[in-house]
Design a protein. Structure first.
Length: 136
């Protein structure tokens, strides 16, 4: 096991916790067959809000109506396959309309806690996804 001390250079990921009227959360499939939380790495010079808006456009072809003023979850995660640390900033987000497939996604879906055991989650984000699912 690698030393879990954060190096001085790790990427910040902004992630969106999006719920429907029934409390289900929105998950996405990008390049793999695995589900994940919408969002991704911030680009240099972006604000958190700019990064979130860009990620939602890319993954959900959607505009953000609102974002919580503070993250609902903040934690560093080590991505074994990438040999890299990521700092997750998870925000509650509302969209202006219905999400659609974006240029970076091949599937989207709404899921409740009863659905989670049957889903395959992205292994690089497994620990983070488990933490997020414990929030709901």
């Amino acid at each position: 096991m690698k030393d879990r001390q954060l190096p001085s250079n790790y990427r910040v990921s902004v992630k969106a916790l999006i719920r429907d009227a029934n409390g289900k959360i929105l998950l996405v499939k990008e390049d793999s067959e695995d589900w994940g939380i919408p969002g991704g790495g911030m680009d240099h010079g972006e604000t958190i809000e700019e990064g979130m808006r860009r990620e939602l456009r890319e993954e959900l072809a959607a505009e953000m109506a609102s974002m919580s003023s503070l993250p609902v979850h903040v934690a560093p995660y080590y991505y074994v396959d990438l040999d890299r640390w990521r700092l997750w900033l998870l925000y509650e987000v509302k969209l202006t309309g219905e999400p659609r497939l974006g240029k970076d996604t091949k599937e989207i879906g709404w899921f409740g806690p009863a659905d989670f055991p049957g889903l395959a989650f992205d292994k690089t984000e497994m620990e983070a996804v488990r933490d997020v699912l414990n929030l709901i």
